[in-house]
Design a binder for this molecule. Sequence first.
Ligand code: GLN
Length: 195
Amino acid sequence: MVADRPPCIGVLALQGGFAAHARMLEGLGAAVREVRVPADLQGLDGLVLPGGESTTMTLGIAREGLAEPLRELAAAGTPVLGTCAGLIMLDREHLGIMDTRAERNAFGRQVRSFEADLELPGISEPPAPPMRAVFIRAPWIAEHGADVEVLAAVDGHPVAARQGNAVVVSFHPELSGDDRLHRMLLELVAARDGA
Ligand code: GLN
C-alpha cells in the first residue's frame, strides 16, 4: 500500500459470508476485491477468509488452485483475518497457515448459535466496551503451538487467536455492526507499510 491510495483487501468469495465483510471494509475506506482465482491475489495488502462451510470452501480452494498462492501470500507477511470457517481454513489440517487445529461445530448440537461479550486485548478491552460476538455453529481451537497467542476463550476454549500476521476468530464480526476487528486488520496493513 502507498499513502495516496486506500489499502486493497481481498475477501475470499468462493462461498459463505463474504459480502458483509466487503461492506464493512468498504465502510472503513478500503478498496475490496473479491477473490475467486489465484490472479485475484495479486497485489493485495490484506485478506479476509469469511465464515461459511469449510468443506465446500476446501473443495473450492482445491478446484481453483488457490491453496499454494494463499500460503505464499500469508508467508510474505500479508495480514490475514479468518472468521469462523476461515479459522478452520487456516489451521494445520487445511491451509496450514497457522499452527492450530480447529474443532468444527465444537459447541455442539444443542448450542448451534449464541452470542457472548468478549474482551480482546488491544481491541475491546476496558475502557473500550467488549465485543458482541455472534457464534454460528462455531469452531474452537482445540490445539495450538507456542507461537499462537490466544486472545479470547469461551468456557476455556480459544475462540480468538493471533500468530504473526494472521488473526482468527470463531465468531462473525461482520454481523454485529462492530468493525473493530476489521479496523485492526487495516492497522496491521498500515503498520506493515510504515515498517
Ligand atoms: N460449521 C461451519 C464449518 O464447519 C463453520 C460455521 C461458520 O462459518 N459459521 O464449516
